[in-house]
Design a binder for this molecule. Sequence first.
Ligand code: NAP
Length: 196
Amino acid sequence: MKLSVFCGVSVDGFLARPDDKLDFLDAGGGEPHGFKEFYASVDVVVMGRKTFEVVLTFGKWPYGKKPVVVLSSRPLDFSSIRDGVVEQMAGEPVKIVGQLERRGFKHAYIDGGITIQRFLAAGLIGRLVVTRVPVLIGEGIPLFGPLPRDVSLSHVATRTYRGGLVQSEYALGGANRNRPQNKAAPTRRTKGKGSK
Ligand SMILES: NC(=O)c1ccc[n+]([C@@H]2O[C@H](COP(=O)([O-])OP(=O)(O)OC[C@H]3O[C@@H](n4cnc5c(N)ncnc54)[C@H](OP(=O)(O)O)[C@@H]3O)[C@@H](O)[C@H]2O)c1
């Protein structure tokens, strides 16, 4: 099963403001940048509880009939979602993927900062598409966070858009699952010629 991330961030790497506002994403002018095509290619959306709560404030369920899995360790209320197909799951990312795979899903869209970070840490993300909007917001909810080990990325393409969006696409290999941890003791620095 393929797992992809497709998200928009400020140039300083934030998915949302500290109060979850997404207004700054308009800085790119709302130009089409492949999301529609990407969304058509996935057969399940997997998002974190916090993203789900923000989506509920939109008023309209934006996922149509596409199956949506909301991850949370606490009970969730889906009663306000009338037309969508939504369910809850929890646990180790690898087990969640196993369950989705057994049900025949082929391509999952993983969304939400903490959620993306957990799936990245587990070495499960295969494709990462990050669209930077031309603004710095200083603080907010980060896309990336601590990792147990380095994650290698293969650059696939970087696309630029008239309104200032810069979209970079990376492929991630299964090799990330077995990479050694980067928690080695810091190497001692020795002063040499030219060092300050
Ligand atoms: N700019 C963009 O493209 C974009 C995209 C997505 C989201 N966002 C924004 O990002 C913000 C949300 O991101 P976030 O990092 O705060 O949180 P998030 O990833 O949306 O949600 C985190 C929560 O998801 C649950 N969760 C994640 N993995 C789990 C697992 N394996 N098992 C059980 N529960 C799991 C936990 O919920 P519990 O605490 O309930 O256990 C966790 O606290 C929102 O403001 C949203 O609008 C922006």
